[in-house]
Design a protein around this ligand. Structure first.
Ligand SMILES: [Zn+2]
Length: 166
């Protein structure tokens, strides 16, 4: 016999859930991984939100054009088209950090590939690292776009704090 870890009643060994309180008897590894990933994401995305510093009308008028700040070279759209918008300037600064992060990662991957070109297995590891960093960049782009659509002036995880431009 086993005991429910929540309410303490005795339950069958084969039971997946406690019949009294419904507590699972074992952790579902998928569920555990999902919860860990979720809390890690929330921790990383718990960044400074300075939406209050911006005028509501500025946010409403410029949140769509600000989306382009996260679209690579199309960052020029708000740079040229939303000069007078502090809200757009906030997202442009975030977008520039993103471009710089992409350039640094591409350079680092290039250098590593050149150094380790003699080894196929190291090359494979570098490809994996490259794939993971591409996914991370994609995640940052999605977060930036969601912040814009929600009308938030919220920093991106990890790279949002970089103060490249004033
Ligand atoms: Zn129970």
């Amino acid at each position: 016999m086993a005991f429910c870890r929540k309410c303490g009643i005795e339950i069958e060994d084969s039971a997946k859930f406690c019949p009294a309180c419904g507590e699972p008897t074992h952790d579902d590894p998928f569920e555990t991984a999902k919860n860990t990933a979720e809390s890690k994401f929330n921790e990383l995305n718990d960044t400074e939100d300075c939406t209050d510093k911006y005028e509501k009308s500025d946010i409403e008028d410029n949140k769509i054009i600000s989306l382009f700040a996260y679209a690579g070279i199309l960052i020029l759209v708000p740079v040229i088209g939303a000069k007078g918008s502090p809200f757009a300037q906030f997202h442009i600064a975030q977008g520039i950090n993103l471009i710089i992060a992409e350039v640094i990662i591409a350079a680092a991957i290039g250098v590593l590939s050149a150094i380790f070109s003699f080894s196929a297995s190291l090359g494979a590891i570098i490809s994996i690292i490259s794939g993971v960093t591409e996914l991370a960049i994609l995640a940052l782009i999605i977060i930036g776009v969601i912040n814009c659509l929600n009308g938030r002036a919220k920093e991106l995880p990890v790279i949002g704090k970089w103060k490249i431009i004033k």
